[in-house]
Write a protein that binds this ligand. Structure first.
Ligand code: ZN
Length: 109
């Protein structure tokens, strides 16, 4: 039984459409090595931003974004904790003042 070989189709600027084994295409996309059109001998090379590299860049971009928002969330959380402590302090102080005001009129008598 023969192994099935998959192919990918490319069309050169010279107009020739040709088939390349998928395994060959996968390697060229990874190593960016040159290969040649079988008709006009034009040199071909898959760009630096192949699918794998695009995905790696996207992962890095998303990790950067995640870290940024994680940092922003932590800063906001700390700010809110501080606000709560300040408010609690003010409430305590206000309660203390109110208590003093409630007591003072009786003490005056
Ligand atoms: Zn060609």
């Amino acid at each position: 039984m023969m192994a099935e070989i998959e192919f990918e189709q490319e069309t050169c600027r010279c107009g020739l459409t040709f088939m390349l084994p998928s395994e060959f295409v996968r390697h060229r996309r990874k190593d960016h090595e040159w290969f040649y059109c079988p008709s006009c001998n034009r040199a071909w090379r898959y760009g630096r931003d192949n699918e794998e590299e695009k995905l790696k860049k996207e992962v890095l971009r998303l990790k950067g974004s995640r870290d940024f928002y994680k940092g922003a969330r932590e800063r906001e959380s700390k700010r809110l904790e501080h606000e709560i402590r300040v408010r609690t302090g003010h409430q305590g102080h206000a309660a203390k003042l109110k208590k003093q005001l409630d007591i003072q009129p009786e003490e005056i008598k």
